[in-house]
Design a protein around this ligand. Structure first.
Ligand SMILES: Nc1ncnc2c1ncn2[C@@H]1O[C@H](COP(=O)(O)OP(=O)(O)OP(=O)(O)O)[C@@H](O)[C@H]1O
Ligand SMILES: [Mg+2]
Length: 340
């Protein structure tokens, strides 16, 4: 029996249309296809090598490794690395996110309940409030937490010793991280970049194997070139093309990929209707720019954060837009893409 929900021609297009859905992805698919061994983690060799040295050295000494931070666009493998770190250390992984740790009590509960030697993964760590950050510093430096007991004149601070742990932080917005927090990542601050076509092909071929699909090289190539240089998008597109072929009772061929992409509105560069809407809004609504992020986001009915972190990174990489202090501007290549 298939583990995926029923797919019909009607819901095939609407289920995950547009760049935002493709990039934000599907957590179940992420988990199914997430590499669990370092050898399956393709590319980013600079990051991989450095982190592996850090972990091996700490293991040899019998210490916890120093805290590390991964940053980069959505879907490029930050969470996957946190899982690989825990596996390499043979340590339990506790995952949370910046926005989930609202109050001092939330942080205290997480830290005091860690099994000794755990990896604490805080996703979107830039969203921690200033107050929580301040509380976290002694935990990162000396393994202790200052907690205030009681209220008013009888309140007193007690220092609580914490079990040893390693923090792995991840963020799509490194510029928003305060410099005191950033400086606490003694094990390194690592940038994950977009992937080459070759690396994407390797990821797609592996994912096809995990999903039990036989995908010819022409299919792997086609999907790679339309994946916005992002593994999550590559996996999502593979799955959607598979669904398309299944529903239409066709073989998984390059032609089926073309037809599926046409139905999904994904062009040969991997751009979707969301991207075209962005570019057209910049052109028609703002005469090609410069346009301020807030005004542009409001014209797109999106929040500025989504525009900046989901729409723009790949358009910048393609050189279709430029970002400056004045705002966003459509470049000559961006205009050519829109055929003007
Ligand atoms: N280097 C890689 N090799 C193989 N597969 C990868 C790699 N990086 C990411 N993936 C695949 O892409 C999916 C998304 O990766 P992951 O969840 O780690 O991205 P992320 O950077 O944490 O994204 P976000 O910023 O949205 O949290 C994973 O499930 C995995 O299948
Ligand atoms: Mg993640």
């Amino acid at each position: 029996m298939s583990s995926t929900p029923d797919v019909t021609p009607e819901n095939l297009r609407s289920s995950s249309d547009g760049a935002v859905a493709m990039i934000r992805g599907d957590h179940q698919l992420d988990a199914t296809l997430r590499p669990s061994v370092w050898d399956d983690y393709v590319g980013q060799s600079h990051v991989k090598n450095n982190v592996q040295v850090l972990l091996s050295a700490a293991k040899k000494r019998g210490d916890m490794p120093e805290h590390i931070l991964f940053y980069g666009p959505p879907g490029v493998g930050k969470t996957t690395l946190a899982h690989l770190v825990a596996a390499a250390m043979e340590a339990p992984l506790k995952s949370t996110s910046g926005v989930a740790i609202e109050r001092a009590g939330d942080l205290a509960a997480i830290l005091t309940n860690l099994e000794p030697g755990s990896i604490l993964f805080i996703d979107e760590i830039h969203q921690l409030s200033h107050k929580i950050e301040e509380l976290l510093y002694p935990a990162l430096e000396s393994g202790s937490l200052d907690i205030v007991l009681g209220k008013g004149p009888s309140a007193r601070t007690v220092e609580l010793a914490l079990p040893p742990f390693m923090l792995v932080g991840a963020t799509t917005r490194v510029a928003q991280l305060s410099s005191p927090l950033r400086s606490r990542f003694g094990g390194g601050v690592y940038q994950l970049d977009f992937y080459s076509d070759e690396d994407l092909r390797a990821i797609i071929a592996r994912s096809a194997g995990v999903l039990g699909l036989s995908a010819p090289a022409s299919v792997v190539e086609k999907i790679a070139s339309r994946s916005r240089a992002t593994p999550r998008v590559a996996n999502a597109l593979l799955k959607r093309v598979r669904d398309y072929a299944e529903v239409h009772e066709r073989e998984l061929t390059a032609e089926a990929c073309d037809l599926a992409c046409e139905l999904f509105g994904i062009d040969p560069l991997g751009l979707t209707k969301d991207d075209r809407r962005y570019l057209e809004t910049l052109l028609k609504g703002f005469k090609g720019g410069p346009a301020g992020i807030r005004a542009l986001a409001s014209a797109l009915h999106e929040d500025p954060d989504t525009v900046e972190n989901v729409y723009e990174p790949y358009l910048l990489r393609l050189g279709f837009i430029e970002r400056s202090a004045q705002g966003r501007r459509l470049t000559q290549s961006g205009r050519e893409y829109l055929h003007i």
